[in-house]
Design a binder for this molecule. Structure first.
Ligand SMILES: Nc1ccn([C@@H]2O[C@H](COP(=O)(O)OP(=O)(O)OP(=O)(O)O)[C@@H](O)[C@H]2O)c(=O)n1
Ligand SMILES: C[C@](O)(CO)[C@H](O)COP(=O)(O)O
Length: 235
């Protein structure tokens, strides 16, 4: 493991609507321990001494961002969100180019809806991938028995879980390679749900770094209920 941590840029895609959360506002603006989920998701990066700058992608008509205190933080630059997460990330990478970032710089992309990233996991990702030719992502090995089902919802088989992992964020790649992979896969209309899948589409094999399972993405209401209980106990 490389013990000196590389400098990096951060990108936080925060332009989603949170359809599965079905709240009165996009989930990144829901409250957790007196602050928004988005502010917690930014914390780990803004506190990091190796951060070169941070771009947050926001919906063009986002009415919530200006009221956050971090909206005035000079280290944070805005980009416009896209129709899909990949478009929001691509716009942020263009902003990084405008800020003077170079193709060889590391970029860490982290969901606005993952407020419980630990500093240990962030440092582990940076250290493990510092010398990697491709980059990679935090991930968690499948824990439960996995079933494949048919269209009627009946089990067809129990899947071998030994090689199945859940993709988490941050995902860490070189700016130039990630930009090309996202732009090319967009033109090809490929299904891209995270940065790693764009890199895979372009023929690269990202490395998985095992992270904490509690770096969860707030996707459904029960995720936020679980995090709120955890926050009460940790403060
Ligand atoms: N067009 C989009 C869609 C998603 N995201 C961001 O990508 C992250 C992960 O996506 P997901 O959990 O799918 O968020 P939503 O798209 O908001 O959720 P849903 O799919 O339930 O609508 C979130 O931080 C979300 O804000 C984004 O920046 N731009
Ligand atoms: C990037 C991601 O969080 C990795 O787990 C995920 O792919 C986001 O989108 P999803 O639609 O919830 O899979």
């Amino acid at each position: 493991m490389n013990l000196s941590l590389p400098a990096f840029w951060a990108v936080i895609p925060a332009a989603g609507v949170g359809a599965r959360m079905a709240a009165d506002r996009p989930k990144q603006y829901l409250q957790l321990g007196g602050r928004t989920i988005l502010e917690h998701s930014l914390d780990c990066f803004l506190d990091h001494p190796s951060l070169k700058g941070l771009v947050v992608s926001l919906a063009v008509d986002d009415p919530y961002w200006p009221s956050l205190s971090c909206a005035n933080d000079s280290r944070i630059v805005r980009a416009d969100g896209g129709d899909e997460r990949s478009g929001s990330v691509l716009n942020a990478l263009l902003q990084l180019n405008a800020l003077g970032a170079s193709d060889d710089d590391w970029v860490l992309v982290h969901d606005a809806a993952r407020p419980n990233l630990s500093r240990d996991d962030l440092d582990k990702l940076l250290a493990e991938l510092a010398d990697d030719p491709v980059g990679g992502l935090l991930a968690v090995p499948a824990r439960d028995t996995l079933k494949r089902i048919d269209k009627r919802g009946r089990v067809v088989e129990t899947v071998d879980r030994s090689l199945i992992w859940q993709a988490y964020t941050p995902q860490m790649f070189r700016l130039g390679a990630l930009h090309r992979a996202l732009a090319d896969s967009l033109v090809a209309d490929a299904v891209i749900t995270d940065e790693a899948s764009a890199m895979e589409w372009s023929g690269q094999a990202p490395r998985l770094i095992e992270g904490r399972a509690d770096n969860i993405k707030v996707t459904r209401p029960e995720d936020l209920e679980w995090l709120r209980l955890r926050w009460v106990n940790r403060r």
